[in-house]
Every structure is written in structure tokens, then in C-alpha cells.
Design a protein around this ligand. Structure first.
Ligand SMILES: Nc1nc2c(ncn2[C@@H]2O[C@H](COP(=O)(O)OP(=O)(O)O)[C@@H](O)[C@H]2O)c(=O)[nH]1
Ligand SMILES: [Mg+2]
Length: 444
């Protein structure tokens, strides 16, 4: 089914719909040159052109000239898809772009699905999945640093990292196999452990790099969390500088997840405000609380809001537990209404005191968010499957480290190896490929 589809000639606009100086229509597939010759009249036929040649001419329908155009010819395998490809540069009018696309469809081409050009590059082995993700990221990222990271990944930096991991895993397995088969040889057992620990550390490093990639692409997801009525929505509005989330004295006012974007020159933050976490009696309230907790679990960073007028209460302790596994910050709100900020013992990091209502002391909070969003450090871009694989890898490596017996350890390492390979080259599972490439735009 997959390979059958590779016989089709696919066509799609590669530039956004709308008026512009130029627009590009991309055509790829085995019979591309012959097909394009039917609608393009230049000094020379496209079938006779060299690869990487530019030909000036006209797009025609019968006798009628549709547009003056430039045709860039790429010959297999030296093209993005590795197939014969033509890119027509047209005048940037959507009417022309649609007409040229329709002309090609009329003579047997098929409109490309989103990401299908990149999917072909992948199916022909020109790109691996890490590079395909990098293609998507290069288009999507919202910071200059992100662009740099995406281009590095396009060159194969993440693939190299994963290859390094699998090489080391294979080496560990070889040693382990030797220990299992020649126990009398006295190969020291503990030499494996530091290597395993190093692998775990590297996996965690990659997990952090994936997280940074996610926030580079979509903005750092920051959840405002706290009991009902502590002032979450007031803070949300104060940070965004507009009245977006409803504020009342009635607990349980916010039910839907409200979101807004904070833009800094170095990156951006997606801020989420939801229901307060506390005792929920009605069914809608329970749903709202569940939704807020789910959002907190998905978030990259959490702001835990405490109410200075009530002080620390047991329900707050539950929220602070989240900060053990996720970066975040503790904020005492309503400090305008108290003489002193209540003490908070045994928590990591210094809580800050603010007044969301009076907009006091918000700048350290904004500075911290800006710093988190600028994503200093190693950045890689991954899809859901790759992120899941990496999580499994970490689990198997830890089980391998804890394993009592050598054969158990070997089994876990083999699973770990399968996870790394899956991150790099997932099986040609139609469902997985569709999900990966459907996130691309049409024409890429
Ligand atoms: N004194 C004082 N009141 C605040 C502050 N922030 C919020 N409030 C009040 O606390 C109540 C609940 O605020 P809201 O933002 O709806 O809380 P949420 O339920 O956590 O979203 C409202 O009456 C707010 O005016 C603050 O910084 N100082
Ligand atoms: Mg609210």
C-alpha cells in the first residue's frame, strides 16, 4: 500500500495561500518530467533538462498562457524526495497557483497529503525520522536558537546521539553475554554498573533536550495551580496584561482551561489557568479539577500559588509534591493583605511574595518565566512516539541496573536497545507514519 502510493505523481503548493511576489508549486514522482512537459512550454523540454537546471517558459492550457514561470528541474536521486521533481515558480496569485495545481491533477497527478514530500524522502531512505522531525521543527520553531537546533538535527546530530546510545548498549550486552557464557573467566561484574549509570544520565539529558524542543516549538507550557480563590485568575490576567480569565470572590469560578501567550524576544510562554484544586462537590467541578490536574501533568513548568491571607494549609502540600518531578516556582499571593509573608519550611527554592491584584513584585516572576522560555542548552525535536520510546528506555535501563540476575539484566538491555532503535527508525507502521507526517503542512 505504502510503496504502491510511491508510483503516484504528487503536486502541491509549497508557499502559503495569499498574494505574494512569487509562489511555488511542487511536483514529484516517477513521471513528473513528462507530465510537466504537457503544461510547460520553454526553449527546451523538461525531459531533456539536466538536474538542477532552471528553465524559463510559460504554463499553458492548450493554446492559452496561464502564467510565465520558471521551472527548476531536479533529477532522481538528487532532489528532496529523491524522485524526479519540478518546482514551478509562479506569480504569487492564489488563482494562478490553484489553476496550475488543477492542471496537473487533470492530467493524472494527485494532490499531496500534508508532509507527503518529506514522507517520500523518508521512505526512500534520504531522511531518518529524527531528520524528518527536524524539517518540521525548522518551519515551526519560534526562536532563533530553536532554528539553530533544528538545523543541527537536520544534519543528523540527534541520529548520532541515538547511534552512540545503541552502540554502547550493544557493547554492554556483549560483556554481559560473555559473563553469562563464561562465568569462570571472572569478568568483573561491577564494571557494568558505571556504564549503565552513564547511559541513564545520557537518557535523562536527551529527555531534557526533547522537553526544550517542545517548548521551543509551542512555547513553554506554564500551568498556574492552586486551591480555589487563591488568585490564580487574577495573576493570569495580570501577567497577560488583559482581563481574560473571570475573577470573582466565589470559589470555583474558573472551570474551563483558559490559555494565553506571553511573548519574549527570546521565546514564548503559553500560560494556562484552570479550576482550583480542592474539594469538588458537583460533577462539573470534579471534571474541571481533573482537567486542571491533567494540564499540570502536561505542563513544562508549574506556578504553585499559595494564599498569604490563609497561610499554608494541608491541601497545599499535595500541590507542592508536583514540584518534585517538574520545574516550577512557589508564589505567595495576596501579600498586600498581610503584614508578613507566612513561613514555609522544608521546600526547595525560595518562594516569592506577590500581589496579583495590585500587580506588585511580578517582575521576578516574569524574569523567571522568560529565562525558562529561552531554553538555554541542548535542544532536540521529537514526536510523541520518540518521546514515549525514550521514556521506556529510561525504565528499562533502571530495571537493568536494579536487576538481581545477569539474565534479567540482559533481557532489560535488549528491550532498551529495541527502544533506541525504535526512536531512530520506527517500523514502517502506516499509522505511526501518518501521525508523524500529517503534522506537516501541505507541500512540505
Ligand atoms: N488582597 C488581594 N486579593 C486578591 C489578590 N489576588 C486575587 N485576589 C482576590 O481573590 C479572589 C479570588 O481571585 P481569583 O483570581 O478568582 O482566584 P482563583 O479562584 O484562584 O482564580 C478575588 O476576589 C480577587 O480579587 C491579591 O493579590 N490580593
Ligand atoms: Mg480562577
Amino acid at each position: 500500500m505504502l510503496l504502491e502510493r510511491l508510483q503516484d505523481v504528487i503536486v502541491a503548493p509549497a508557499t502559503p495561500g495569499g498574494r505574494s511576489a512569487l509562489a511555488i508549486v511542487r511536483v514529484s514522482g516517477p513521471k513528473t518530467l513528462r507530465m510537466c512537459d504537457q503544461i510547460f512550454k520553454g526553449r527546451k523540454r523538461l525531459t531533456g533538462a539536466r538536474g538542477h537546471q532552471l528553465l524559463n517558459g510559460f504554463i499553458v492550457e492548450g493554446e492559452e498562457i496561464v502564467d510565465e514561470a520558471l521551472a527548476a528541474v531536479y533529477r532522481a536521486p538528487h532532489s528532496y524526495t529523491t524522485e524526479d521533481t519540478v518546482e514551478f515558480s509562479l506569480h504569487g496569485n492564489p488563482l494562478i497557483v490553484d489553476r496550475v495545481t488543477d492542471l496537473l491533477i487533470g492530467i493524472g497527478a494527485r494532490l499531496a497529503r500534508p508532509g507527503e514530500f518529506t514522507e517520500r524522502a523518508f521512505l526512500h531512505g534520504r531522511l531518518d525520522v529524527t531528520q524528518a522531525e527536524a524539517v518540521l521543527a525548522t518551519i515551526e520553531v519560534r526562536t532563533l536558537k530553536g532554528v539553530k537546533a533544528a538545523v543541527a538535527q537536520l544534519r543528523g546530530d540527534l541520529a548520532k546521539e541515538l547511534e552512540g546510545l545503541s552502540d554502547r548498549l550493544r557493547w554492554l550486552l556483549t560483556i554481559l553475554q560473555a559473563q553469562l557464557e563464561f562465568p569462570e573467566e571472572d569478568i568483573p561484574e561491577e564494571s557494568l554498573e558505571p556504564m549503565l549509570e552513564e547511559l541513564i544520565a545520557d537518557t535523562q539529558r536527551l529527555e531534557r533536550a526533547f522537553r526544550r524542543g517542545r517548548s521551543q516549538r509551542k512555547g513553554l507550557a506554564v500551568m498556574i495551580l492552586g486551591r480555589p480563590n487563591v488568585g490564580k485568575s487574577t495573576l493570569f490576567n495580570a501577567l497577560l496584561g488583559e482581563e481574560r480569565s473571570i475573577v470573582t470572590t466565589v470559589p470555583g469560578t474558573t472551570r474551563d482551561l483558559v490559555t494565553g501567550t506571553l511573548r519574549f524576544p527570546t521565546g514564548q510562554v503559553r500560560l494556562f489557568d484552570g479550576a482550583g484544586i480542592g474539594i469538588a462537590e458537583s460533577l462539573p467541578d470534579q471534571c474541571a479539577v481533573r482537567r486542571a490536574i491533567e494540564a499540570a501533568n502536561r505542563a513544562d513548568f508549574i506556578l504553585v500559588i499559595l494564599d498569604a491571607t490563609s497561610g499554608f494549609v494541608p491541601a497545599d502540600a499535595e500541590l507542592l509534591k508536583l514540584l518534585r518531578t517538574k520545574p516550577g516556582m512557589i508564589v505567595w499571593n495576596k501579600t498586600d493583605a498581610v503584614k508578613e509573608v507566612p513561613p514555609l519550611e522544608n521546600v526547595a527554592g525560595e518562594p516569592i511574595g506577590i500581589s496579583a491584584l495590585k500587580r506588585k513584585n511580578l517582575s521576578p516572576l516574569l524574569d523567571r518565566l522568560k529565562e525558562e522560555a529561552s531554553s538555554q542548552g541542548e535542544t532536540f525535536f521529537a514526536n510523541r512516539f520518540q518521546e514515549e520510546r525514550l521514556e521506556h528506555l529510561a525504565v528499562h535501563l533502571r530495571s537493568a541496573l536494579d536487576a538481581q540476575y545477569l539474565d534479567m539484566r540482559a533481557k532489560e538491555l535488549r528491550e532498551a536497545l529495541a527502544d533506541v532503535t525504535g526512536t531512530d527508525r520506527p517500523a514502517l507502521d502506516q499509522r505511526i507514519l501518518e501521525e508523524i507526517f500529517s503534522r506537516f503542512c501541505v507541500g512540505k
